[in-house]
Design a protein around this ligand. Structure first.
Ligand code: ZN
Length: 137
């Protein structure tokens, strides 16, 4: 199955071959680098240059490599959002954690959320709250 992933702001394609590419910047160490994620939802394999050291629990800001927009949500900085389009042209909002080691993904369409990953409970609350209250979280 071939899914396209794109930036919510510039609509630039983030998937190249079998990876999603982001610019990641650590909030703690200020290190910056390219990170490649699997386009398969629920697969948390990542790749990066060995000099770009990442430790468990480190918080990252993810940027679109094309327009450099911050992809972390304002309402919850731990969550990163991109758009996905499936083979039928259906669009989904995909959220994942920007914290190293947290394995959770949320797929949203028409207010229906499908969570996956061993850490799915972490941000469940965020998706249970009606849109108008999210800014208070
Ligand atoms: Zn962009």
């Amino acid at each position: 199955m071939w899914y396209n992933y794109y930036c919510p702001v510039c609509k630039g394609q983030l998937r190249v071959e079998n990876s999603l590419v982001f610019v990641a910047k650590s909030k703690t160490s200020n290190q910056k680098g390219l990170i490649f994620l699997s386009p398969e939802l629920g697969n948390y394999t990542t790749s990066k240059h060995p000099e770009f050291g990442i430790s468990e629990g480190e918080e990252f800001v993810m940027y679109c490599p094309i327009c450099h927009t911050t992809l972390n949500r304002k309402e919850n900085n731990n969550l990163v959002k991109v758009f996905m389009q499936d083979q039928d042209g259906k669009e989904y909002e995909i959220f994942f954690s920007g914290i190293a080691g947290e394995k959770c993904t949320y797929k949203m369409r028409d207010k229906q959320v499908e969570g996956m990953g061993p850490d799915v409970e972490l941000y469940k609350e965020y998706f249970d709250v009606p849109e108008e209250y999210k800014k208070y979280l």
